[in-house]
Design a protein around this ligand. Sequence first.
Ligand code: NAD
Length: 300
Amino acid sequence: MAVIAWIGLGNMGGSMSANLAKAGHDVRGFDLNPEAVAAAEAAGVKPVASIAAAVDGADVVFTMLPKGEHARAVYLGEDGVLAHADTRTLLVDSSTIDIASAQALHDAAAAAGFRFVDAPVSGGMSGAKAGTLTFMIGGEAGAVADATEYIRPMAANIIPTGGATTGQAAKICNNLMLFINLASTAEGAVLADRLGLDKQVFWDIASVSSGDSWALRTWYPVAGVVPTAASNNDFAPTFTTELANKDIGLAISAARDTGTPLEIGEHVQTLFQRLIDSGQSGKDCSMIIKLVDGSFESSN
Ligand code: NAD
């Protein structure tokens, strides 16, 4: 069994690292947030006090961090992974980050003699718990193949995407579609209610009809329909509005770089920005429904 360093034990990383521990690996976890560390420890991850302690003797390092700036700090900082790991250790970043940061990590890792892959995931907190995530992996083919072996206990699908940063490219485009689907699901759900349809009856229809989507089946923003939805739990975050805004912003920025008009994506970002401006950045992004049903405006 492998020695695995895991950095970033939040909503996603906590469950993903727990699945590696359950598979019998020796998983050492590090996070700045003591609550995240305690939850991971309860799930079988050994807590360590620094990145240096996590990577000591590790076969592979996984990182699952919020944004590019966090990933850069964790890999490139004085106390970071490149400064402390052995070059035989394989480096896997599963965070969703901007392509420029991903390229900077590939370049710095290669210059220091490491193998590095960008390996973002799709499937949400429910997929992380169930070990059914989709991984999209960019990098040199041998490193991608080696990363695949470590990833198996966390994944239902593992798809090589090509060279450096192509995993991030796939993830950014996927999430653009996800958040547009989420916004359309919120609008359909509210209109269905106003037209007198029972919420379950409408969901039963849409989930086997042309209105179907992952957002509808996993994050339905009306409480009491889909067990994995944050709407059941007063929008306690499974995927924060701040991270959703980050992801759609990554798509918009990549679209500007490539001269691609994203009129719908840009509009959905303004919806997330309204939630953030009203102090809801830490709530689940499916709270976007409150901009449709009017309850948000009236409670603010
Ligand atoms: P999260 O905020 O719940 O977890 C991130 C963790 O990283 C936190 O516990 C934080 O304390 C830790 N962290 C930040 N800086 C650190 C540092 N310097 N050293 C150690 N730990 C540090 O976020 P999440 O929802 O788990 O998402 C993580 C990444 O996965 C993001 O890039 C997100 O876009 C992506 N993602 C999230 C989901 C989802 O449904 N939540 C799905 C797919 C991908």
